[in-house]
Design a binder for this molecule. Structure first.
Ligand SMILES: O=C[C@H](O)COP(=O)(O)O
Length: 232
């Protein structure tokens, strides 16, 4: 399993990097679960770790706006992100998800085919009226994305494990593997979730709150990233 850590600025990115993060994921929690940060923050995070690890950037919790999302995705790629992550938040149907992901992927890969697109659904999809993430492996494969993920849409302390149990998450990651893509799990993961995460074996786990000491509005601590990396 690779470890994706979500800093909000270069200082936190250095802590994530020094603690041993495999992917440094720039986001802006003030604008939502997968809130987008500014292009200059993405670039400065990349510089701060001297491009020592891949950079990921979230482009937002999107509604059905394929054009806006494609332009945002290109912006993140130009700013230096190696992984471009989109949240299918106010997207309800398979047709909408496919149109979003196909155009985002085209926009990113036309610019640089080595960049990776991450399609994120939400484990708490029922409370935000979003698409069921179990539909995303097939849609993601059709659209040409690289990674399919789940996170929580509402950051109120409830974990992905409260909305999807081990069996559902195993089904999700197996379906992703079966179509040749990588899987990522996130959403208020905790140290005590590590045994079940090791059984599920996603390719990537994504965290913030866990390495801030439990409060995601606090800051990332290198020693907690290091502890997590060791326990993984
Ligand atoms: O991509 C990962 C998210 O930032 C997870 O954040 P969280 O662990 O605070 O839910």
């Amino acid at each position: 399993m690779k470890l994706l850590i979500s800093p909000i600025n270069p200082e936190e990115a250095i802590a994530a990097y020094e603690g041993g993060a495999d992917i440094v994921d720039v986001k802006n929690p003030k604008e939502g679960s997968l809130g987008a940060n500014f292009p200059w923050i993405i670039s400065s995070v990349k510089e701060s770790i001297n491009a020592g690890k891949p950079i990921s950037a979230t482009i937002g919790d999107f509604n059905f706006k394929p054009g806006t999302a494609s332009l945002a995705a290109l912006g993140a790629a130009v700013a230096g992100a190696d992984y471009i992550k989109v949240g299918l938040y106010d997207v309800q149907t398979e047709e909408q998800a496919l149109e979003m992901l196909t155009n985002i992927t085209k926009s990113v890969k036309n610019y640089d085919p080595t960049k990776k697109v991450v399609a994120s659904g939400y484990s708490d999809y029922e409370r935000i009226n979003s698409i069921n993430p179990q539909l995303l492996p097939a849609i993601g494969a059709k659209a040409g994305v690289d990674v399919v993920m789940v996170d929580t849409g509402i950051k109120d302390g409830r974990s992905t494990f409260e909305f999807m149990d081990e069996e559902e998450l195993t089904k999700f990651t197996s379906a992703i593997r079966a179509v040749g893509l990588q899987s990522a799990l996130a959403g208020t993961l905790k140290f005590e979730d590590l045994p079940v995460l090791k059984r599920i074996q996603p390719d990537i786990i994504g965290v913030r709150g866990m390495v801030c000491g439990g409060d995601r509005t606090s800051c990332i601590k290198a020693e907690l990233v290091d502890k997590l990396k060791n326990e993984m």
